[in-house]
Design a protein around this ligand. Structure first.
Ligand code: NAG
Ligand code: NAG
Ligand code: NAG
Ligand code: NAG
Ligand code: NAG
Ligand code: NAG
Length: 572
């Protein structure tokens, strides 16, 4: 506080983020973290149902550094302290509805509910999207950040599609994002191989008054696609006794579900019979969408794909459409990170899902130029080429198996994942879950300038699990990341010793939210503390847990933070 008098005088020669520090000095923000460990006991596998929401006010950072106790906030109106259980926010008694009426099922009756994987705030910071991830599941909710009460809940479409001679029927929600105007939610139906859309209506204050799943907007990315079960929504009341909103509208559009891109190539290699034309530059081998990240210009959507390649979509057409397409030799697989800086869109590529991660271990970052995709009714595949900002020379491409596992002692594998831009827009930090490193890119030159290790400070060690001596004591596994509104910190999901997803890549010793303090105007950073999380809900799983390439963990800690949202009160 004592700096408040003279800081504003200094800022004339400083960056705007310094001004932000002064203007927000009296304001607060909250750190919300999604923990994807089960909260229903006696489950026979990791991460089957529920999940926890951890919320701390910003003072938790300094308190934890000073070794003071911090308590997570409860989900109002529940008294006491947090963390909150998914089912405290979305009651198991919620009633599933399709376009003709109740399906006869409640949330608690339904299979494969999954665990809390994605938490993404809207531009107003008044709402978050809460995605539960499980193969066969497909649930996504909206939560009001001011009350922490449920607003709406949906289950996405179950699709059938062909992969060679086999046919699969499936769905899941991996992640859901807001459009830049907050009027659309864009869902990655990963196991359904589709991108889907929820249309949002807001009042003049920006509060959501309606949320409708638009079946006509769905964009299929697979081959031979058809609808097995339509999307649904849920009715009932939230923890305050207020009714949920929601609905489904429209009819699935065969143009949206077609096998082909606008350039006439197979969306996914081997489409149609006889086989259609494969896209150039390797085409696309597995179009499970990982992260569809909207840009602020032209309603563009950057859609990363499990098996590599990328689509650029248009969010607001119905059905949603493709306005750019790339093969897997240009954009590698399993990216989930996209940030926009002054018209440039940075996308990364990470480790492929499943045990094959050992032979697809990448650390690469590209920059696209939004402007190139605006107002172009036709385009050429694989053009314009994005700028390859970084391509780790230690990348092990699909032809080379890298068996070095994920232990800090000997792994040479890479995994570029979380990506964030500093508040002053000068630097992009992209994180590696295996190497526990951040790689920093100068956005004015698109050059990598620095990398720092989450292990250097030894901070994680003090927060590491102690119930299995084989776990490396200082092994943070940094996942998705957000910047604090004052420009000082990055808050990063740290995975746990019993990772629910991508276990071949993500085992970490200190589950929680890692706090990196930025230095030198955001060009460098240092891990300063961990907001440690825990989940000792008893389960019924044979231990030690088999963790590919990691330690077969025999302990009881299940907490596994995947994603963080930093909620700025100033915007409410
Ligand atoms: C635990 O789960 C098993 C298998 O799902 C079930 O048979 C058993 O009844 C459950 N036990 C308790 C105490 O819930
Ligand atoms: C809605 O659910 C009911 C009950 O499962 C089912 O009979 C009906 O076909 C469904 N309608 C649609 C449009 O999916
Ligand atoms: C993006 O493309 C536009 C139009 O081609 C061009 O004018 C602009 O300089 C490009 N921006 C960057 C950052 O390359
Ligand atoms: C990226 O790096 C890998 C491994 O060094 C190399 O095989 C590949 O050709 C590079 N790709 C591009 C587009 O530079
Ligand atoms: C990695 O290190 C572990 C022990 O720390 C060892 O058991 C394993 O064989 C090593 N793997 C390789 C590929 O060197
Ligand atoms: C654990 O699961 C087995 C079957 O998978 C079941 O027989 C047993 O009752 C379960 N244990 C508990 C404590 O629920």
């Amino acid at each position: 506080m004592k700096f408040a008098l003279f800081l504003p005088l200094l800022v004339v020669s400083f960056e705007t983020t310094q001004a932000d520090v002064a203007s927000t000095a009296k304001k607060t923000y909250e750190i919300w973290a999604a923990d994807q460990s089960s909260t229903v006991s006696n489950q026979t596998a990791l991460g089957l149902r529920g999940g926890r929401l951890w919320i701390w006010t910003d003072d938790a950072i300094q308190k934890t550094i000073s070794k003071k106790t911090v308590v997570p906030l409860p989900c109002k109106p529940k008294p006491g302290v947090g963390p909150c259980d998914w089912f405290d926010i979305f009651s198991g008694a919620l009633i599933q509805q399709n376009s003709t009426g109740p399906t006869g099922k409640t949330l608690q009756d339904l299979e494969n509910v999954g665990v809390w994987h994605g938490i993404v705030k809207d531009p107003s910071n008044k709402y978050v999207l809460a995605s539960l991830f499980a193969k066969g599941g497909g649930y996504v909710g909206i939560i009001d950040t001011r009350t922490r009460g449920a607003v709406a809940l949906f289950r996405v479409t179950k699709y059938s599609y062909t992969e060679g001679l086999s046919t699969t029927s499936d769905r899941s929600v991996h992640m859901t994002f807001w459009s830049a105007d907050g009027l659309y939610c864009i869902v990655a139906n990963l196991h359904g191989k589709a991108i889907e859309r929820i249309n949002i209506v807001r009042n003049l204050e920006g509060d959501i008054t309606s949320a409708t799943f638009d079946k006509a907007a769905s964009l299929g990315l697979g081959s031979g696609m058809s609808v097995v079960e339509s999307a649904t929504y849920f009715t009932g009341t939230n923890a305050y006794g207020r009714p949920l909103i929601g609905g489904v509208t429209g009819n699935y559009d065969t143009n949206g579900l077609s096998d082909f891109t606008p350039s006439g190539k197979c969306k996914e290699n081997g489409c149609a019979l006889p086989p259609g034309v494969k896209g150039g530059e390797g085409g696309r081998t597995n179009n499970r969408p990982v992260c569809p990240v909207p840009s602020s210009q032209g309603n563009l959507l950057y859609i990363t794909l499990s098996g590599g390649g990328l689509f650029i979509g248009n969010i607001i057409t119905t059905p949603m459409s493709i306005v750019g397409e790339y093969g897997k030799n240009i954009i590698f697989g399993a990216g989930c990170g996209g940030v926009e800086v002054a018209g440039k869109f940075y996308i990364n590529s990470g480790v492929a899902s499943g045990p094959q991660g050992g032979s697809q271990s990448y650390f690469a970052v590209w920059a696209f130029n939004n402007t190139e995709y605006l107002g172009t009714p036709t385009y050429e595949e694989n053009e314009p080429r994005p700028l390859m900002v970084y391509n780790d020379t230690q990348n092990t491409m699909e032809t080379t198996v890298n068996p070095t596992g994920q232990l800090p002692s000997n792994s040479t594998r890479r995994d570029s994942h979380g990506i964030v831009v500093t508040r002053n827009q000068k630097y992009v930090h992209t994180f590696d879950r295996i190497q526990a490193q951040a790689f920093v890119i100068d956005t004015s030159t698109n050059k990598g300038i620095f990398s720092y290790s989450m292990r250097d400070s030894n901070v994680c060690k003090a927060f590491s699990v102690t119930d299995d001596s084989n776990i490396p004591a200082n092994d943070p596994s940094p996942d998705l990341v957000e910047a604090s509104p004052d420009g000082k910190y990055l808050a990063i999901g740290f995975r746990g010793p019993a990772p629910v997803t991508f276990a071949h890549t993500t085992q970490g010793s200190c589950p929680g939210v890692g706090i990196v303090q930025l230095q030198e105007n955001g060009g460098k950073g240092k891990l300063v503390t961990v907001l440690r999380t825990t989940n000792l809900t008893p389960d019924n799983i044979t231990t030690p847990l088999m963790i590919p390439g990691g330690v077969n963990y025999a302990g009881t800690e299940r907490s596994d933070i995947h994603m963080v949202a930093v909620i700025d009160h100033k915007l409410w």
